[in-house]
Design a protein around this ligand. Structure first.
Ligand code: PLP
Length: 441
């Protein structure tokens, strides 16, 4: 027999058995905390590395312990160093500490539908709805559903099933992952009346399309692309002169104008301009949990809340708690990232790079350009600063705990600090040091 096969058989024989490894007290404790499946997966992986000759038999338990997930989920914690503030693939808005605390509280039994004063059934989610109403005083009524798409679906189902919705061709948007607004409208029984061309539409186009079968005119914010050049669109203020309600899907969830994003539509301004209803997401620029916000005319919101299908779009108590805390609590991380001062970011980047350079890591610091992301403000660049590293760090950092995801530019890895809260700086340094050690200095 060839020698290599002998060696492989030796490694297989020497690899400790699963139950022997699982008897390690650290892994016994991990099973109690994380459950058997995740711990066994970590052990299996370590055994495979032992069979491949990467680990000594006595290192298997240590390697399994080191590879255990932080919590009983296969989701991994990520430091968002991409510079994309609302990163769709990283779960959009990270929640504030206040929202986390609120949802932990709500995870147990709570008075979500109980009036503790009387002992009778109470209105569901009244705290979150009151907070939303207070944040947008121009909304006569407010309602919260599962996400932005659900808000638009409920509006269309409730007001336009079997009727027409008038929409500009330039606003027939695909949001991402194949989700197309026109298809959503049609899937709940509305007929689309397209007006204008890809680049231009006028009030007369809308006026000519509106008839007795028109349920509403829809205005959709093209939140992930820009049309420039010979273009025109009709603002909500003009559309509201038409004899049907205007529904505005603003997408990003800004409740009031934000000075850093002067072109991004917000709920207050849109309602003041005459929109009957506004729909938006909770986990984009608002910085809260996944949710769909529905704001506007009290009679319409009330009718939609009572619609039989509303129950199927209802949010859970965790969402209600996190949304309320986002609305009433301290600045959520998305807003902090949006408002961070470039000079401060550069100062942090320089300090981090200097510490890493002391450890002989080839790190630098430089100005960079961050972005708002899929959540809105297409084309807006936010001046930022980044720690730069050789590109070979990218994979190693992505595989660490926590994973660090940066962006590769001109064959270097940039860790953009606009999206890294300052309290994660230590973790970032530790992650880069660990990656440098794994890469062999
Ligand atoms: C993001 C977005 C949606 C979809 O919202 P979800 O919360 O992802 O369901 C709809 N319309 C616009 C304009 C958006 O930007």
């Amino acid at each position: 027999m060839p020698k290599t096969t002998d060696a492989a058989a030796d490694l297989r024989r020497a690899t400790p058995r699963t139950d022997a490894v699982l008897a390690d007290p650290r892994l016994v404790a991990a099973v109690a905390r994380l459950g058997r499946r995740l711990v066994k997966d970590a052990v299996t992986t370590a055994q495979q590395r032992c069979r491949a000759g990467e680990l000594a038999p006595e290192e298997v338990a240590d390697a399994a312990v080191a590879a255990l997930p932080e919590a009983a989920t296969t989701l991994r914690r990520v430091v968002n160093a991409t510079g994309v503030v609302v990163h769709t693939n990283l779960g959009r808005a990270p929640l504030s500490a206040a929202a986390l605390e609120a949802l932990t509280l709500a995870a147990g039994p709570t008075d979500v539908e109980l009036d503790l004063a009387t002992g009778r059934r109470g209105p569901r989610g009244s705290g979150a709805l009151a907070a939303l109403a207070a944040a947008v005083p121009d909304a006569g009524g407010v309602h919260v559903v599962n996400n932005g798409a659900a808000a638009l679906a409920l509006v269309t189902l409730g007001l336009a099933a079997g009727r027409n919705v008038v929409l500009a061709r330039g606003e027939m948007v695909e949001i991402g992952d194949g989700f197309r607004i026109p298809e959503l409208l049609e899937s709940v029984g509305a007929t689309l009346r397209e007006v204008g061309t890809t680049n231009r539409v006028r009030l007369e186009d809308y006026a000519a399309a509106v008839d007795d079968d028109t349920a509403f005119v829809l205005k959709v914010h093209p939140s992930n692309f820009l049309v420039s050049g010979f273009t025109s669109s009709v603002p909500v203020g003009e559309l509201s002169r038409l004899p049907v309600p205007v529904v505005a899907d603003i997408g990003s969830g800004l409740l009031a104008p934000h000075p850093r994003l002067p072109d991004e539509p917000d709920a207050t301004t849109t309602l003041r301009a005459g929109a009957a209803l506004v729909t938006a997401s909770g986990d984009k620029l608002l910085g809260g949990p996944q949710a769909g916000l529905l704001l506007g005319r009290a009679d319409l919101v009330q009718a939609l809340r009572r619609h039989p299908f509303a129950r199927a779009l209802r949010v859970d108590k965790l969402t209600l708690a996190a949304l309320e805390a986002t609305l009433t609590g301290p600045t959520p991380p998305v807003r902090a990232a949006l408002e961070a001062e470039p000079a401060e970011l550069l100062g942090r980047a320089r300090a981090l790079a200097a510490r890493l350079a002391d450890d002989a890591v080839a790190a630098g610091a430089e100005e960079s350009r961050a972005a708002v992301g899929g959540g809105g403000a297409p084309g807006v660049e936010l001046p930022s600063a980044a720690v730069t590293l050789p590109v070979r760090f990218a994979t190693m950092l992505r595989r660490g705990t926590p994973a660090v995801v940066g962006r590769v530019e001109h064959d270097r890895l940039l860790l953009d600090l606009r999206t890294v809260p300052p309290e994660q700086d230590e973790e970032l340094v530790a992650a880069v040091r660990a990656a440098a050690a794994a890469l062999g200095g």
